[in-house]
Design a protein around this ligand. Sequence first.
Ligand SMILES: Nc1ncnc2c1ncn2[C@@H]1O[C@H](COP(=O)(O)OP(=O)(O)OP(=O)(O)O)[C@@H](O)[C@H]1O
Ligand SMILES: [Mg+2]
Length: 430
Amino acid sequence: MNPVKILVVDDEIELERLIKQRFRKKIRAKQLEFVFADNGKKALEKIKSEDSISLVLTDINMPEMDGLTLLEKLREIDDTLKAVVVSAYGDMKNIRTAMNRGACDFVTKPIDFQDLGLTIEKTLEDVKKMRDNINQLQEAQAKLVQSEKMSALGQLVAGVAHEINNPVGFIAGNIAHAEEAIADMIEHIKLYQKHYRDPVAEISENAAAIDLDYVMEDLPQLIDSMKHGSDRIKNISTSLRTFSRSDTDTTVPFNIHEGIDSTLMILKYRLKANEHRPAIEVIKDYDELLPVLCYPGQLNQVFMNLLSNAIDALDLASSNKEEKSGLSENKIVIKTRFISGKSAKDNSCYFPRVAISIKDNGPGIPPAVQERMFDHLFTTKSVGKGTGLGLYISRQIVTERHQGKIQCISHPGEGAEFIVEIPGQNTESS
Ligand SMILES: Nc1ncnc2c1ncn2[C@@H]1O[C@H](COP(=O)(O)OP(=O)(O)OP(=O)(O)O)[C@@H](O)[C@H]1O
Ligand SMILES: [Mg+2]
């Protein structure tokens, strides 16, 4: 850990030597570091040039800029910076002014170093508490941004799905009637052909011109492919609605595979071939799973984050490659397994669970990144491409919301595998 940095502002040059001497143990142990300035003006310059000063200890009477003016300026620069004033006992008026200008404490001159040590300790504790609070606030804000982002996406997707649903319903419904009507008409034409083998010239000429035999053979196939098309749109719309299931306050039974498939559907456009790489092949190796009690919308968010990261990694690897062989295979393998709670070894019982593994054959993750990748706002991606929230949020959803765990296995150059485990039902026990 870096030492805590304290700026001492005093025109008594001797003070520097004294402080360094009195606090030498803490300085040597790298717990504290002192920087010095002999007036308010120089102190302001120091604050700008040195980063992460945690505390300012300032005298009041100094040339060029006194301590009271310095306090005022400090508040303008950074109102979280704590200041302690050093003043003679009798100088209550100045001490009051200093307090009104944001000083959090005072020590008296001549300096009692034991008292100074205690004051520093107490103030640094306050600084730590305040910084922790700010961090917590930032985390809460980040979570809000992410859930806002997801709920906006969810709403959009649900809206689109809803809009598609009705027209596709007409098409699908009418195709079935059209199929029947066309079959009837074809049968009817065939009856004509059977009983009027030799029609008038106009009819036979027209039959040849429109290639009647071919049309009658082709039409049912045409209808069939229209049916396939509308079925596909219906599936897309169902997937979109599955993906955007709004979160409930309680867990509900959810088919994990439907969740993964609907997420893949949303990401389909990103899996396609692009100028840097061929299409990404998704290999599914699904176990037989019962519905799992969970928060579906949030779990889909985890799949979304892990799959997006895998695609990002494959994209990055391909765009970095100098020579594009065109043959390099981009693969994402998605495996699900039910893990029964029994240990074969000693027959001891664990909670039965479901494991979902998402593995890519991208560049892998260096150990230094693995250590920090679940941290809040940690990203290696450029601005605009990554916010560093994906894994942080995913871990919270898995561990806190679902009492599960998430781990990563990756060796540089050999891709990355993320394994999510959440409590699940045993097939036999239901
Ligand atoms: N499959 C992967 N392959 C290689 N690196 C990965 C993979 N998954 C995650 N990482 C690394 O972990 C970092 C953190 O991932 P995370 O999802 O938390 O944030 P992000 O993807 O950078 O941004 P965001 O998800 O908020 O858009 C990434 O920047 C990347 O360096
Ligand atoms: Mg991500």
